[in-house]
Design a protein around this ligand. Structure first.
Ligand code: NAD
Ligand code: TYD
Length: 354
């Protein structure tokens, strides 16, 4: 496999995957297709932007003709599909955008792969990156999500991801398209847009702003360091079995309020504040509509079959993450202000294409 298309490569997880592929596989051409929505920042990929095996293309995955053209121009053999609208709160306010990008965008990529590969599937792979949120919510006493757990999405975000997963599977079952799907738990780490819990709270603690805890803070999430997710994606892309689903997770469940206290402790320590000083910023707010109580993933299939497991202990990952955000205030400022957009439009000659 030579020409790899990574969609959503300018986003949080996508940028870690692009970096890994560009650095580890000089023999591949890695094409990053991204629309550069508010969540896509080429600032995340500054360190690889000049690499000879890297190409960036600004495009919308929903634009079928453009996507097909990209497949043909670059002779795409392998797809790692990460482009998506990814924030649950935004999906509650604007479900249409989620259905458009996550469902129709995925369909457009599948159709382009099918038309371009024309049934010659040797050395081809369409790898779809999805979420554990498609499985719905667990009660506290229920066992973890496995690959056999029935889909039961509750939010417009998870419904749209479930829809995309079903289309991917349908293209495998109907046309024989070689696909793999993975469903991963909550990621954290550098380059995550500061609307998600961990970067938002780090930033707010630093600026002494209120920390909006939804409901009673008792919801549970299973956290995985983003670089470990990227490692899993690499292993599955190269050694996963066609037609399979793999769950990816950290066996690392945290009640939101307990996690928030760890973040507070870590930020206070690194800013030389008194221990727990920023707990006063905790502000309980109205719960998120349809807030899923608990997500927790059983990733033992991936461990048993492909030997992957998380490499980083949670305490270490959180400390690394907090340090990164505190040291990269300029990144935070520029991604939230949109200032980076203009620079990159100039850099990639995108200005006239608007
Ligand atoms: P993100 O929101 O940080 O990045 C999404 C990227 O997709 C951005 O670069 C954006 O510009 C791009 N994009 C959005 N709409 C597009 C379109 N129409 N055409 C082309 N590009 C478009 O998301 P993320 O957190 O990096 O998540 C990446 C993938 O992983 C998503 O599919 C998400 O569902 C999945 N996932 C995320 C998590 C998590 O905790 N963040 C966990 C499991 C799975
Ligand atoms: P989030 O990072 O949005 O991820 P997801 O909803 O996909 O799991 O939220 C993680 C958890 O934190 C979730 O239970 C909602 C909660 N949360 C808050 O309590 N306050 C906030 O401001 C945010 C963004 C999330």
């Amino acid at each position: 496999m030579k020409n790899i298309l990574i969609t959503g490569g300018a986003g949080f997880i996508g940028s870690h995957v692009v970096r890994l592929f560009v650095n580890k596989y000089p023999e591949y051409r890695t094409v990053n297709l991204d629309k550069l929505t508010y969540a896509g920042n080429l600032e995340n990929l500054k360190d690889v932007e000049g690499a000879p095996n890297y190409t960036f293309v600004k495009a919308d995955i929903c634009d079928f003709e453009t996507v097909l053209n990209i497949f043909r121009t670059y002779g795409i053999d392998g797809v790692l599909h990460l482009a998506a609208e990814s924030h649950v709160d935004r999906s509650i306010k604007d479900p249409f955008t989620f259905a458009r990008t996550n469902v129709m965008g995925t369909l457009s990529l599948l159709q382009a792969a099918k038309e371009c590969w024309k049934g010659n599937y040797s050395e081809k792979l369409f790898y779809h990156i999805s979420t554990d949120e498609v499985y719905g919510a667990l009660q506290f006493d229920e066992t973890l999500f496995t690959e056999e757990t029935k889909y039961s999405p509750h939010s417009p975000y998870s419904a749209s991801k479930a829809g995309s997963d079903h289309f991917v599977r349908a293209f495998h079952d109907t046309y024989g398209l070689p696909v793999i799907i993975t469903n991963c738990s909550n990621n954290y780490g550098p380059y995550q847009f500061p609307e998600k819990l961990i970067p938002l709270f780090i930033n707010n603690i630093r600026s002494n702003k209120p920390l909006p805890v939804y409901g009673k803070g008792e919801n549970v999430r299973d956290w995985l360091y983003v670089v470990d997710h990227a490692r899993a994606i690499d292993i599955i892309f190269h050694r996963g079995k066609i037609g399979e689903t793999y769950n990816i997770g950290g066996f690392n469940e945290w009640k939101n309020i307990d996690l928030i206290k760890v973040i507070i402790k870590t930020v206070d320590k690194l800013l030389s504040r008194a221990e727990g000083e920023s707990e006063k910023l905790i502000t309980y707010v109205t719960d998120r509509a349809g807030h899923d109580l608990r997500y927790a993933i059983d990733s033992s299939k991936l461990k048993n079959e492909l030997g992957w497991q998380p490499s980083l202990q949670f305490e270490e990952g959180i400390e690394k993450t907090v340090k990164w955000y505190l040291e990269n205030q300029q990144w935070l400022d520029s991604v939230t202000s949109g200032a980076y957009q203009e620079y990159y439009e100039e850099y990639y000659g995108l200005k006239d294409k608007k």
